[in-house]
Design a protein around this ligand. Sequence first.
Ligand code: HEM
Length: 467
Amino acid sequence: MIAVFLSLVFVILYLLWLYLSRDQEKNRKIPGVEPTSKEDGNLSDIRAAGGFQNYLEKLHVKLGPIVSFWYGQVYTVSIASPELFKQHLHPFDRPPLFFKLFEPLIGPASIQFANGEDGRCRRKMYDRAFAHDKFGSYYKSFQKSADAIVKRWSLKGEDDVIPLNDETYNFTVRTAMCSMLGEYCEDNDVIYGFRKAYLKAQEELSKVIGGDPSHCEKVHTIQDFNEAMDFMKKTVKLALEHHKNTTCQRTLVVDEILEYAPNDEIVLSDCLTYLIGSFHNTGNMLAVCLYYLAKDEVIQEKVYNEIVQVLGEDGLVDESNLRDLKYMHQVIDESIRCGGSGMYAARYQEADITLGGFKIPKNTPVIQALGYVMKDEKIWPLPTKFDPDRFSEENMKDRSLFAFKPFGFSGKRVCPGYKLVHPKSAVFLATVLRRFKIKLHGDQHMEYAHGLGTHSSEEIWAKLVKR
Ligand code: HEM
């Protein structure tokens, strides 16, 4: 009897200990920094680090995969490991504060800042434009834009040099405008005008922000910025009017936006968001891709040989053969990994949660440091080296899928355009590499800069050799 009683006491004490130590675990303090000033938190440190992305990197290198800091007066947590990403799979709501720098370009009504029921419904409706059965028309539109580039490049002599950033931006702005806004944007002058205005607006915004996104509001006092934005908005409105009056199939994202968005302000903001989202990162990534291909002839030839083997002399990329371009996929993923070091997503949640054994109080913004994990040397040895073989089946076998999440991973809110990126890039690469060898002009070394995204800090110049 005594033995039973003692065992019972022992079990109760053990359970109590387990419960208390779990609670203690939850109340552990997340490694982090104290605010430098009461008003500004660590904003001055963020400025001193040269921007938010650099600051996140510094904190994670110093303090590990989960860190805390003060974004102004807001206590913020950042996570940076596949294990922690896996624990943060479900939140949908995004803290608008961390994406404020985009607000002058896309407006406060944009889906980028929409949370709760409104955000979920808009995403659900707009995502219909990227369903599997809609993809045939996207390929056609991408091919038209790639053909236009090849036509222009064919007029170049072997001594001419071409600016890679500018050219890939050209391609992605064109594909974005045609595939998001429709026929009106097939006109060269419309594309050129919009692109010029966007680059002006982006330049003015980057100047104002410096290293501190909280300054972005000031850009509204700059005349060049306002004029550029007026031009972009006018172009979108004209494209919408034109689209409404044409008798085409209603399959574009603007059709979903026009059908679902409750007012004109949201229509305009969401069109700008999808349009800019569609060319911004992809343009930068393709420039990175061409730079590495131009730098490494062996890799470029391997991609070329695969193109010829899969598509023949003049076959086009489409849904039936995209997956067969395996090595090209590896090259695209490695370009995203190398060029996407500044990327992050963010969420907050309405209830307390636990991440890595730490309690995260409800409504705390959690930054998902996607770019940092894509360059973590524990996962990616020699992380700055461009090596498409990292994505071979063999090498992917033992790596967590969460080590490479450039399009986000949580809630039903990952990048809506993620399914377009490989088709668009594959059409571009197959079309240009089949006609030209690309060589770097002289000895250039690309440095990355973080601003409204990650991009090469200076233009990259290349020469074309006709095949
Ligand atoms: C290399 C190319 C791209 C990268 C790396 C990229 C990355 C991302 C990331 C990380 C997010 C945030 C996801 C999250 O919060 O979980 C995002 C959102 C978004 N992306 Fe992309 N993206 C790319 C291309 C595109 C394309 C082609 C489109 C065209 C449809 C697009 C449209 C958008 C939009 C509209 C959002 C905001 C969605 C929302 O608020 O729910 N992106 N993207």
